[in-house]
Ligand binder design. Sequence first.
Ligand SMILES: NC(=O)C1=CN([C@@H]2O[C@H](COP(=O)(O)OP(=O)(O)OC[C@H]3O[C@@H](n4cnc5c(N)ncnc54)[C@H](O)[C@@H]3O)[C@@H](O)[C@H]2O)[C@@H](O)CC1
Ligand SMILES: [K+]
Length: 494
Amino acid sequence: MELLTPSEMADADRLAIAEATTADQLLERAGRAVADVAARHPFNTPILVLCGTGLNGGDGFVAARILRERGYRVRLGLLGPASALGGEVAYAAEKWGQPVENALALSFPREGIIIDALLGAGLSRDIGGTLAGLVERINASGLQVIAVDLPSGIDGATGQIRGVAVKARETVTFFRRKPGHLLLPGKLNCGAVRVADIGIADNVLATIRPRTFVNQPDLWQPGFPHPEPAGHKYARGHLVVLSAGIEGTGAARLAAKAGLRVGAGLVTVASPSDALAIHAASLDAIMVRRCDGPEGLAVLLEDARRNAFVVGPALPPDEETRAKVDLVLSSSRAVLIDAGALSAFAAERIHFIATLRAALGPVVLTPHEGEFARVFDDIAGKHAAKLDRARAAAEATGAVIVLKGADTVIAAPDGRAAINANAPPTLATAGSGDVLSGLIGGLLAQSMPAFEAASAAVWLHGEAANLFGPGLTADDLPAMLPKALAALASLRPS
Ligand SMILES: NC(=O)C1=CN([C@@H]2O[C@H](COP(=O)(O)OP(=O)(O)OC[C@H]3O[C@@H](n4cnc5c(N)ncnc54)[C@H](O)[C@@H]3O)[C@@H](O)[C@H]2O)[C@@H](O)CC1
Ligand SMILES: [K+]
């Protein structure tokens, strides 16, 4: 499902108005959708509608009128003079036809709900001054807030708080969600987000060509390597996970198990000599091979059937790890680089980016924000917004970037980006990133394209955690994958 930035949404509105509808009709339908959500509250609930002077406020005027017609006790406060209203907003204000209070001077009711129609997609600078005071009063009122389009103060393109922002219980947006509904901290201010149909036809998207998506199966399910009736294990790739030495072997096993569960035909843990015995004693379906230093890795790379590599979980951020990364990137294999293999390049950033750019095979990097800042400090300094950071790093490296967090962003070098929305907080647990690395590696081994493989893996990771529920540890995730895969298969179009 596409996400539209506020400016793309304005294009959608314009295209819809050019084709089959009028600005008045869009405003009317948007306001009605807000009224419908407010009307789920009991009949005698007092409703305070706070309107700005833009179209967001226009939605508020329409909602106020409709709710009053339905018998609710509605008061309306306007931020600014009525003389500032123009076009369809002035028309909506005229149709409201009831008293308009000064939003900055009114008394708040003790109970009821507030409809926040102060600022939406038109937010263009930080909120300050008297408006900031009003937002703080709304948040301190204890009243439930329904936000129109976006909670006022949340940037729809980035999810950032511009100065201050309303904290809503529910948000009603139109046609498509915006990135700011999914990215932190915006997501937390939105509460439950409802998307209302206001009569904009999907075909406007062919003109807008959105580049940002919710990470849901519709984005990558067509290319997902569901097992084929005539398939065999040799057609499903061979994933190799590089292990650390004796003191850090669990990460490689977690990744390897996830890679096998997600369907890689064969999985090998490549282990330094000192850890061979422990791996051999703990693994059955997964193979174990000796791999000491870059020389050992070079031997493994001689077999072209080993087509995907996971490098990084539990590896020390040192010169030997850098050498392994260089070797595997020059081998035209699909490569997943995580953890220690990212941090290893903190002091060799220019070399790292050049090597990534020269890589012949698909590459996915899975930094969390700390690793990202270590390796891409220039980019991190330039871009405050997560979506921009991930996209800039993907463009600079030619790799797919999975910028992890509660709102993981997956960005491709061609500008596509997906924002993940299904990750429960229980995923913030030791080893969970190793499982994700293995999932991505397992899908890369099956030749799924890198952006789709990374997005699918992030979704499956979240789904597995959701299916497990509370008390999750990373050890539980591989065992939950069959259920997550079944859930995915059930969503497959027949
Ligand atoms: N035809 C359309 O384009 C539709 C628009 N809709 C609504 O229209 C909204 C967008 O309307 P607008 O583009 O008029 O924008 P807004 O109504 O969000 O705000 C515009 C005004 O806010 C001012 N402003 C921006 N940042 C500010 C700040 N920090 N402090 C104080 N003032 C600030 C701007 O100068 C401008 O005057 C959407 O969020 C949605 O609610 C819906 O009615 C659907 C149809
Ligand atoms: K709003």
